[in-house]
Structure formats: structure tokens, C-alpha cells
Design a binder for this molecule. Structure first.
Ligand SMILES: C[S@@+](CC[C@H](N)C(=O)[O-])C[C@H]1O[C@@H](n2cnc3c(N)ncnc32)[C@H](O)[C@@H]1O
Length: 294
């Protein structure tokens, strides 16, 4: 494999990427050419918000070709185009052979939730101290245990008596919270998501963990539960307030994540007509908000 590396100003990124596609590049990646320098620009918005800017001032565009001649031909053809003005060919270089599967796998190590509760990818052995293990590989749906919001929900489940309880995981993603509840003895679990890919992912992950649960689109959730887990984001959680509260039975708990510390008051206010939320955990600027129904 050979890669053609280009320096491209913001306005030309789209036509250059389209042209690389038309020139049969196997893949094209676009990175901030000023990354790790004082000119680096953040393109991430707050969760749920659009980024403050569409593109970087200068991008490093890397296109992969199967042969050196194809990469050099593409460079020659691009250089002749009007839209290439202001762009620069930085070079064509051989890409060393890699074991991509092993490289990807090496980036996902077991995640500790508590000293005895771990999330472990299928290619790792569980650590000796692990008494409870969720087997989970990164996939299409959110929830591998590496995000603080997921970890806080799992820690809550691990430290409360969920055995024998009816549990609703609202916004289940990979199903990790539902599977966690099953590992701690919940007797009936319903896991729902608006994304059909998440529902499928939950079904597969539950099977891989030998866990029985019901999963489907949100309409599947009916009745009241002893525990309602919802790791979504502040804005949808506010909209869902009446619905989620209606699912919390007497003596039951609502546990919510996906909320930034500075959003605590607005969430408290949105839920006040039904339940009194309090902050019960915090990690990396994210908080866990919980409430109990008397
Ligand atoms: C941050 S992920 C959480 C996944 C997993 N529960 C975890 O804790 O890691 C949020 C999930 O909520 C789902 N979601 C977003 N809005 C939703 C809604 N209104 N109703 C149901 N699911 C929703 C998304 O599709 C996504 O899978």
C-alpha cells in the first residue's frame, strides 16, 4: 500500500476528497494539519451540539492506494485541477505492513468498574480479581465501558441490591447496562433504544454473555420497574422526564447519566414535578443523577 499525503486549505477539502474518491483511492482520511501545535483548532461541540466550525484551516489529507504508480498518477492529476490551487503534495510513501486486527484489539484493554467487576473484550483473559465480568467487544453501538457515563451507571448497579429486580435500560446502546444488571441478579430486564442497530447489538451481546433480556424499540418498555437506567444526554433526558418517571415504581430508583456537572440544576428542575434528583457520582466532568420513589 502507498499513501499520498496532501496539505489542503479548508475550502478545498471537499473537492479534493471527492476527486480522490473518483481516482479510486481505497480510503481518504482528513486530519488537522496543525494538530499538537499552538494553531490546533478544536472541532468538537458540546455533547448534542454542532461543532463551532466545519473544518480546520489546513488539513492533512491522506489517501491510500494499492500501488505507488496509482498514488503518483493521482498526485499529477490533482495538481492540474483548478481547485487544487493553494494545496500542496507532501509526498507519496509506502505504508508498512501491519496486523490491523491485532493493532485495533490492542487499543481495547479490560476496563475496571470496581476491583471485582470488569468489562473484558473477548480477546483478553479476565483479570484474576474479576468476580463479575461482562464480555464485550467494540461494535456499532455506544457502550464499551470506557466512557465515564457508562462506568458510573455500572458502579451504581454494582453497589445497590438489584437482585430480583425488574430493570429498564432506556437508551441501551450495546446493552452494557442491561447486561450489568443481569450479572448482579436482576430478574427481568427490558432494554430499549431508538436505534435498531443498538437493539441488534444488545441482543448479540446479551447472548454472548448468556443473559436473558427483552430488547427492542422504546415502545417495548411498559409498566413500572424497580430500576430505570438511562444514559442518554441532558437534552433528551429533559424531554423524556415524564416518560422515565412514569416507569419508576414505588420504592424504585431512577439512575441517569450523560449529564455534565453544570447541567445538574436544569435536570433537577425538569424532573422536580415527579422525582427529586440528586447528584450521586461524578467523573471527568460528567455526573450521575439519581432519585428514589417513596
Ligand atoms: C450514550 S449511549 C448509552 C449506551 C449505553 N446505555 C451505555 O450506558 O453505555 C445513548 C443511547 O441512547 C439512545 N437514545 C438516544 N435518544 C433516545 C431516545 N429518545 N429514546 C431511546 N433511546 C435513545 C442512543 O441511540 C444511544 O444508543
Amino acid at each position: 500500500m502507498f499513501e499520498l499525503v496532501l496539505l489542503v486549505p479548508e475550502a478545498a477539502v471537499e473537492p479534493v476528497s471527492d476527486a480522490l474518491d473518483a481516482l479510486d483511492a481505497l480510503s481518504t482520511s482528513v486530519e488537522d494539519a496543525d494538530a499538537l501545535t499552538p494553531a490546533e483548532q478544536a472541532l468538537f461541540g458540546e455533547p448534542g451540539m454542532p461543532p463551532p466550525k466545519e473544518g480546520w484551516q489546513r488539513s492533512r489529507v491522506v489517501a491510500l492506494f494499492p500501488a505507488e504508480a496509482a498514488a503518483r498518477d493521482a498526485a499529477d492529476l490533482l495538481t492540474a485541477q483548478d481547485f487544487f490551487e493553494g494545496c500542496e503534495v507532501l509526498g507519496v510513501q509506502a505504508v508498512p505492513e501491519q496486523d490491523w486486527v491485532r493493532l485495533t484489539q490492542s487499543q481495547f484493554a479490560p476496563v475496571e468498574i470496581t476491583p471485582s467487576f470488569w468489562i473484558v473484550p473477548s480477546w483478553h483473559e479476565p483479570p484474576p480479581a474479576a468476580q463479575q465480568v461482562i464480555r464485550l467487544d467494540p461494535g456499532l453501538a455506544f457502550g464499551t465501558g470506557t466512557h465515564p457515563t457508562t462506568r458510573m451507571c455500572l458502579r451504581w448497579t454494582a453497589s445497590h441490591p438489584v437482585a430480583g429486580q425488574r430493570v429498564l435500560d432506556y437508551g441501551c446502546g450495546s446493552g452494557i447496562l442491561a447486561i450489568g444488571a443481569a450479572k448482579f441478579g436482576a430478574s427481568e430486564i427490558v432494554a430499549v433504544d431508538i436505534d435498531p442497530a443498538a437493539v441488534e447489538s444488545t441482543r448479540l451481546n446479551a447472548a454472548a454473555n448468556h443473559v436473558a433480556l427483552q430488547t427492542g424499540l422504546p415502545e417495548l418498555a411498559s409498566g413500572v420497574f424497580d430500576l430505570v437506567l438511562a444514559n442518554i444526554l441532558a437534552t433528551p433526558l429533559k424531554v423524556l422526564a415524564p416518560l422515565l418517571c412514569a416507569h419508576v415504581g414505588r420504592g424504585g430508583h431512577l439512575v441517569m447519566a450523560g449529564i455534565l456537572a453544570r447541567q445538574a440544576d436544569e435536570l433537577r428542575e425538569a424532573y422536580a414535578p415527579w422525582l427529586a434528583l440528586e447528584v450521586s457520582d461524578e467523573e471527568d466532568g460528567w455526573i450521575l443523577m439519581t432519585a428514589a420513589r417513596a
